[in-house]
Write a protein that binds this ligand. Sequence first.
Ligand code: PMP
Length: 400
Amino acid sequence: MDLFEKCYQFSRAKEIIAAGVLPYFLTVQENHGPLVKLEGRDVIMAGSNDYLGLSQHPEVIEAACQAAKEFGSSCSGSRFLNGTTTLHTRLEEELADFLGTEACLAFTTGYLTNQGVIQTLVQRNEYLISDKENHASIVAGSLIAKALGANVLRYGTNDMADLEATLKTIPIDAPKLIVTDGVFSMTGRIVDLPKMVELARRYKARVMIDEAHAVGVLGEDGQGTCAHFGLKNGSDVELTMGTFSKSFASLGGFIAGERSVIDYIKFNSQAFRFSASMSPASVGAVRASLRIIRREPERVARLLEISRQVREGVKSHGFKIIEGITPIIPIIIGDDMATFGAWKRLLDNGVFVNAVIAPGVPQGQQLLRVSLIATYKQEHVDKIVEMIGKVGKELGLIGG
Ligand code: PMP
């Protein structure tokens, strides 16, 4: 059979397009902060990861422009060779200072960070213990580590009893890394970090946490999951990973922790060494976002307050949601086409959310992922809640 046969036979996307409910690859024609023009419609954006709304902040945009003016539009090479600028090294120092770690290393994307760090650190005959709902980039790193001879074990999501049972099967002195999302990207759940850290100490494992959806969101100053629980990055949790594509309103990723470990990754990670470095504009934007987050922690408080209001509002309509405090609010629909239908109806009512199906979530857990932005006006918050209720009633998802 021809290699391309599967491509010619791939009709699922075409069917959904024909039904007029494809929720993916929509074109944003204008972006005015929490309001966007999507394929001719003005809608409230409730499906982005720009949690603090900083992608529209004049200081961030100006910093991106300034960095491009000073250092050009591209680094045209990897960090290893010609692609390290003073912008990159300053960003790493500032981020380590913010998180309270000895050192930090900036990768080109968050995805590459997870892939690169895991593959580099967990080697032949060593152990990686990973939550089943961890992000695809952690899975990518796990697969490479496994192909190179590491043992990869997975436990039920945020299930600390299952994690302990898994740890018990591994020789106590075997080198091991537990890796988890801090805030799970599809359910908005926060990992039970205190228990995980306790288990890690007892079973002699290191911990790496993916803070993509936690930095700028959790902890009074937006430092993330450790701060939320009164734990420390760099000691209680040895490795803190994050991306710049969410609260930092840019593009890139980072790993932070003990200097000798970060240096090891810097010199040994293929993903780091063989990929061009973050563009100057991206670095400039992150540094400005970090400055604003540190100067104006009230943005984090506002985000959590909005999240509380939307969670309460959606529940008061009769929807069952996964309890929590984060700005990721999953509304489980449980079927592909029903999820797409609800997504479309919400869009027609002026609210854009994300429709998530497998493999983003397990089959039967298909959901609408509502994610919020700190810069909404109150009328936006109210409209999101109102329209979710209206669509829920119209489609019989909740009682009438
Ligand atoms: N980790 C998590 C938990 C994520 O949600 C994402 C992005 N959705 C990434 C890593 C990858 O980050 P990036 O988009 O910056 O590559």
